[in-house]
Design a binder for this molecule. Structure first.
Ligand code: HEM
Length: 493
């Protein structure tokens, strides 16, 4: 007898399943017959249970929560800088979903690896979704999207031995001087956060805020952990991963189950929208930090995670973030990484999840946002988007019925650009200064840990690669290069 707490098992066609223990066979010993629909449905669905894992950030963990706006950006009303509705009113709450991740390992890999951590937040606003797809280290290895497949190939396992090889990583990095700043963070204790709750997040790439008057400013986003920031040494990480590959997911899940809701404060840094020739770096270069003394952190609101997911596949494997997913009041900058990322995310998701990935409950905008498009069809089409009263009109313009374009009074931000079309590096590269400053800003313990980790990894590399890396570190800071050279037993020139 079926009851609400133990319902009858059915097939996906809704037919009751009377025997879930035995296949249909000729006599009890077989052979098996193949017309048993329940068996075929069960086994062939199982054969398709996995979708391709993400090409990067395969291992991650998702939680839900809310973002509460302060209504201000620093001391100013939020409207001074942006018309994005989620920031305007003090106390305004916007539902969010967050996915934390590691980058290089596969879906079941260790969460104690030395690796940047992904920090991707989906804001479910009344104007549709806004995704902020960031990491925990403020900067990145490269500044041009065309190099992304190469940096990732060097960090991923060797295509023959399938082992992550320091020789391949540092071969690439030693030919990529702009990576020195990121490497300085990555090999310090910040390179293995203790868990997801005790790390910060950053948008890394530069965006624009646009206000009601259509004026734009450059903006960088930062999430400050209210749990504090803590990292692990290699020895501590090794001890954890000896018995638990998923300690960070477990930590977050259990904290939320206990009602200990983790929080991060969103801060922004703001700069006028021009090239800033007075700076020794390019504001759009994502290998650089905007110095906090010159561009102070301005608090914007608080995020609280207060609800765990109910299904890993639907809410974690299938969630799709992208840097192109912006709302009115938040716009692109000319950052060369950002444009490449914006193509890459939705491109991979159409392959990884499918062309109708935006119809899935985890990805579609919240209920009160009416999705009205003339897109239709494709694999796994789940429904038809709103097309108004007349279902025959799936094109625009039409004099009969259908959809119309949004309000014309929409004030688009219109930056002016002119110049030759070239393939050229940026002028203000300054690859070493901030890496040196970061090195000098570390405590003695952090500096010692950084040197130990670099020496341990570089000692597995060819001598010419070691020498090249020491050359780069010396440009960053004389002590930095000297200590790595001493650790490797290299003569300091
Ligand atoms: C041009 C450079 C980059 C490219 C082409 C790129 C591309 C990708 C791709 C293809 C994915 C997999 C997405 C999916 O399967 O759903 C991904 C995931 C991710 N990337 Fe990037 N990425 C780049 C740079 C960055 C940077 C600089 C950051 C940090 C600021 C970052 C943060 C993330 C995060 C957090 C995820 C995981 C999203 C999730 O949890 O689903 N990426 N990236």
């Amino acid at each position: 007898m079926s009851s609400p707490d133990k319902p009858t098992l059915t097939t996906r066609q809704g037919h009751p399943v009377h025997n879930n223990q035995q296949q249909r066979t000729v006599g009890s010993r077989g052979p098996a017959t193949l017309e048993n629909y329940h068996f075929l449905e069960k086994i062939s669905h199982f054969d398709r249970e996995r979708i391709p894992e993400r090409v990067v950030h395969a291992r991650g963990f998702v939680a839900h929560g809310e973002f509460e706006a302060y209504g201000t950006i620093g001391d100013e009303p939020a409207s001074t800088y942006t018309r994005a509705k989620l920031f305007q009113t003090k106390g305004k709450k916007t539902p969010v979903t967050i996915r934390f991740s590691t980058v290089i390992g596969g879906r079941d890999s260790s969460e104690a690896a030395r690796d940047p951590r992904g920090f991707a937040v989906k804001f479910r606003t009344e104007d549709g979704n806004w995704d902020m797809v960031g990491n925990n280290l403020q900067v990145f290895f490269i500044r041009d999207a065309i190099k992304f497949p190469d940096v990732i190939h060097s960090l991923k396992p060797d295509p023959v031995t399938f082992r992550q090889e320091p020789n391949r990583i540092f071969d690439f990095m030693s030919n990529t001087p702009e990576s020195m700043h990121m490497l300085t963070w990555l090999f310090s204790p910040y390179g293995i956060p203790k868990n997801y709750r005790t790390m910060r997040g950053s948008g890394v790439n530069t965006y624009r805020f646009v206000n009601d008057r259509g004026e734009g400013v450059l903006v960088k986003f930062h999430w400050l952990s209210q749990q504090g920031e803590e990292g692990l040494t290699e020895a501590q990480a090794a001890e954890i991963q000896a018995t638990d590959l998923g300690h960070a997911s477990r930590d977050l899940y259990e904290a939320i189950e206990r009602g200990e809701y983790p929080q991060w404060e969103l801060n922004v840094q703001i700069m006028s929208d021009d090239e800033h020739p007075e700076l020794d770096f390019d504001p759009l270069d994502d290998t650089k930090i905007w110095p906090r003394e010159q561009f102070p952190y301005l608090p914007v609101g608080m995020m609280t995670l207060n609800r765990n997911i109910s299904d890993h596949h639907n809410e974690n494997e299938q969630i799709a973030f992208g840097t192109g997913v912006l709302v009115d009041g938040i716009d692109f900058s000319d950052d060369k990484m950002l444009v490449g990322r914006t193509f890459s995310y939705s491109d991979t998701q159409r392959y990884r999840v499918g062309p109708n990935y935006l119809q899935l409950p985890i990805n579609r905008p919240r209920e009160d946002v009416l999705v009205s498009t003339n897109q239709g069809g494709g694999q796994m089409s789940y429904g038809v988007d709103n097309r108004g009263a007349n279902p025959h009109v799936n094109y625009e313009p039409s004099s009969i019925a259908g959809l119309r374009e949004a309000d014309e009074s929409y004030r688009e931000y219109r930056p002016f650009v002119s110049g030759h079309i070239v393939k050229a590096p940026i002028e203000r590269q300054n690859n070493y200064a901030q890496a040196g400053e970061t090195f000098r800003s570390f405590t003695d313990f952090e500096r010692d840990d950084l040197i130990t980790n670099l020496v341990n990894n570089l000692s597995q590399c060819d001598k010419h690669i070691q020498e090249k890396m020491v050359h780069h570190f010396t440009q960053c800071d004389e002590e930095y290069g000297r200590r790595v050279a001493e650790g490797l037993g290299l003569a300091v020139s």
